[in-house]
Each structure stands twice: as structure tokens, then as C-alpha cells.
Ligand binder design. Structure first.
Ligand code: SF4
Ligand code: SF4
Length: 392
């Protein structure tokens, strides 16, 4: 995976049949995704073509490898694939050629030779029960490896909800005492959380491109999530939002409203309380996205979503933290009537958001709903994961 020392991005793109136009289109897309002006496109292109790629190690713990799948992708190579390939990935146990002691030596070498300068991507939660016996690699527990590798890193990027917040392994009753990286490894210099199940590779690419271009990390919210990707809810940009506001809902899967694209709130959509940019960037090179396919958002990017967002097909009044006021059955009545400006769907969602935000840990920043304009520099220190007390 390591790029040849004399391999330039331009040559690599040419070798893979990716035109200059496609590459510039990719850089333009990254600029747009990051919320930067169009003038940043040339800056990103120049940086990607000329600057040294950071050394990166990818740690995989208690997981399903879904984030690696998302990272690798299966479709034809794109400019994004090439850029990710040209990263100096010194260790990724799933895809590296080396195995056993040689693989472990590669990890130890990267940590030793690039102390304070390498990036760690963590996939999967970290089990802490039974002295870490639930996940061991090369005779070391996941917890031991994470602490050894992450503490000397330039930055740690937690990909997927398991690494960010514990994810499915941490769902009640959490038999392995699984934790996300922030809780398991306090003291990380810079922590970026990219939760989702799995991570959207576009967001990972954009974070790395931002760092290579500007030499700093994108601005984050109180849960270490980059604002460019997690600054707004699914609901804010949803293609079905007009139907929500008009009180037009799918009552059950397969009904007439479902077939013509009505809002999925009543069949369980958690888009109003889920922060991620799925409506804007889609999945599989923006082929489509879950709500676009007619399936409600299940809140996969949110902390403890297996516990907090289930049952997945019950609407939000069934979600702990959303009180009786959030009664969707009344929304259509008000939204379609000539009255009730004081209880619009938007106001209802704001009510839900405030309730939700109160549930976040003390010290979290304000709701990340102000993301227009270029991102500012990230706070350098990692913040704690959601407190256990947040859980239902
Ligand atoms: S409730 Fe879900 S489907 Fe309806 S507008 Fe919001 S995000 Fe879209
Ligand atoms: S729409 Fe919701 S459940 Fe689907 S990927 Fe996006 S955040 Fe996750």
C-alpha cells in the first residue's frame, strides 16, 4: 500500500485512467463537502499533488470490518480511491501483505520511527472487560494496543460508531464492557470522530484532504465530530422534508404515501435527531441513500443508537428523551391547518433537539447547527465521549 517514493499523484491518476478533469472535479467536490469556497479547489489540488502523505496505521478491534469495506470500496477506482491508496498506510491487518510477527513489527516500527507524526485510524470498539481478553492481537489486548499506539499519534480518527462511541458491542447489556476510543484512551492529542455504521469514506477522505491541505484538522463539535459532516441533522437537508412540513407521512411500508416518497417519520425515521451529511453526499458515490431508498434513518451515527434509537420502526415519541409533546400524530393536523404557527413542525424539531442536547454530557458545545462558511481550526484536545449517564 505504501506509495513509491517517486510516485506522484498525477502519474498515479494517469496510470489508473483518471483524467485531470476528474481529479479537479474530485478536489472541487472535497471543497464543497468541507464547506469551503470554490477558490479552495486549486489549493487542495496543489496540496494533494505535492505534499508528503502522512504515515497512517489502521487499528481494527471489536468490529465487523464494515468500515474497512467502506474505505476500500468495490467500484471502479476514483480519484478519492487513489488519494487514499497513496497514503502511507504502514499497518492495516486486514489488507496488508505481511502477517504475524512481521505485521506487528511494521506497527511497532511506524510508532517508533514516526512518533508524534503518524495518524491512527481506529475501527471497532475496545472491550475492557476481563482484562481485555475479549479481543487480543499478537498476545496484547485491544486496550493495551490502543493505549500504546494512540497516545503518541499526531491524531486519531475513530471511524464508525463502534470506535467513536462503542456502537453495537456496547449496546445494553454490553457483555464485553466495550468503549469508544475517547473513553478507553484518555489523553489523545487530537481525536476526530466519524461515527456511522459504517463510516462514509467521503468524510474520511475529506478530513485527510483538509489536513494535508491546511496542516490542521477541521473544526469539531462537542463529540469530536467534524462540523462539515455532522453540523446538521439528516432532517435539515432531507429530500422528503417538504412532506414532513406538509404533514404528509408514510403510515406503513408499501402504502400509497411510501410509493410516492412521503416522509418516513411515522415509520421510525430518526433523521430529526441524527447528525450526519447523508442527504448531501449519499452513499456508493452518491448512487442513493437510505431515506432515498424508502427506509427510515435509524440514527446510526448517534451515540448508543442501538439502545437509544430502537425500536427502529417506532416514531420518536418512543425514543427516551422525547416527551409527549413530540406527538407526530398532531403534526399533520397543525401543518395542514391555517393555525398553530406556534407549533410548527420546525418548532417541534427544535424542541426535540433541545431535549436531546440536554442529554449530552455537560461541557459539550452548543448544537452544531451553524456550519456555513469555512471550518475553523479544530480544538486540539480530545473531549470525553458521552457520559454513561446519557444512556437510557
Ligand atoms: S423525518 Fe426523516 S424522512 Fe421525514 S423529513 Fe425528516 S429525515 Fe426526512
Ligand atoms: S440515513 Fe441515518 S441510518 Fe442511514 S446512514 Fe445516514 S445516519 Fe445512518
Amino acid at each position: 500500500m505504501r506509495a513509491e517514493p517517486d510516485a506522484t499523484l498525477r502519474h498515479e491518476l494517469q496510470a489508473r485512467g483518471i483524467s485531470r478533469r476528474d481529479f479537479m472535479g474530485f478536489c472541487s467536490g472535497v471543497a464543497a463537502l468541507l464547506g469551503l469556497p470554490g477558490s479552495a479547489t486549486a489549493q487542495i489540488a496543489q496540496a494533494l499533488e505535492t505534499k508528503a502523505k502522512p504515515v497512517l496505521v489502521w487499528l481494527e478491534f471489536q468490529d465487523c470490518a464494515g468500515n474497512s469495506e467502506s474505505f476500500l470500496r468495490a467500484s471502479k477506482p476514483t480519484a478519492a480511491d487513489v488519494i487514499l491508496d497513496l497514503l502511507s498506510v504502514d499497518y492495516h491487518e486486514t489488507i496488508m501483505a505481511a502477517a504475524g510477527h512481521r505485521a506487528e513489527a511494521a506497527l511497532a516500527g511506524a510508532v517508533r520511527d514516526h512518533k508524534g507524526a503518524y495518524i491512527v485510524v481506529v475501527e471497532g470498539s475496545i472491550p475492557t472487560g476481563a482484562d481485555g481478553a475479549y479481543c487480543t492481537i499478537g498476545g496484547k489486548s485491544a486496550l493495551q494496543i490502543a493505549r500504546e499506539v494512540c497516545r503518541d499519534a499526531l491524531a486519531v480518527i475513530s471511524v464508525g460508531t463502534c470506535a467513536a462511541f462503542g456502537g453495537l458491542p456496547a449496546a445494553s447489556p454490553n457483555p464485553t464492557s466495550a468503549l469508544g476510543v475517547a473513553e478507553a484512551v484518555p489523553g489523545i492529542r487530537t481525536l476526530i470522530n466519524l461515527p456511522a455504521c459504517p463510516v462514509n469514506a467521503e468524510n474520511l477522505t475529506a478530513v485527510i484532504a483538509y489536513f494535508i491541505t491546511f496542516g490542521k484538522w477541521p473544526a469539531t463539535d462537542g463529540l469530536n465530530r467534524p462540523l462539515f459532516a455532522y453540523g446538521k441533522t439528516i432532517h435539515d437537508a432531507c429530500t422528503r422534508r417538504a412532506h414532513f412540513d406538509a404533514g404528509q407521512y408514510v403510515e406503513q411500508f408499501g402504502d400509497a404515501g411510501h410509493r410516492i416518497g412521503y416522509c418516513l417519520y411515522k415509520v421510525g425515521c430518526k433523521g430529526p435527531v441524527t447528525y450526519q451529511n447523508c442527504p448531501n453526499i449519499g452513499w456508493n458515490e452518491n448512487t442513493n441513500w437510505p431515506i432515498g431508498c424508502g427506509h427510515p434513518c435509524i440514527g446510526c451515527a448517534e451515540p448508543y443508537f442501538w439502545d437509544r434509537m430502537s425500536p427502529f420502526y417506532a416514531h420518536l415519541t418512543g425514543v427516551p428523551g422525547f416527551g409527549a409533546a413530540a406527538d407526530i400524530d398532531k403534526i399533520g393536523l397543525y401543518a395542514t391547518g391555517a393555525v398553530a404557527a406556534a407549533f410548527t413542525a420546525h418548532g417541534l424539531v427544535q424542541l426535540g433537539r433541545r431535549t436531546y442536547d440536554r442529554r449530552k454530557q455537560a461541557g459539550a458545545t452548543a448544537p452544531p447547527d451553524q456550519t456555513s462558511g469555512p471550518p475553523a481550526e479544530s480544538p486540539s484536545s480530545s473531549k470525553a465521549a458521552p457520559a454513561k449517564g446519557d444512556r437510557p
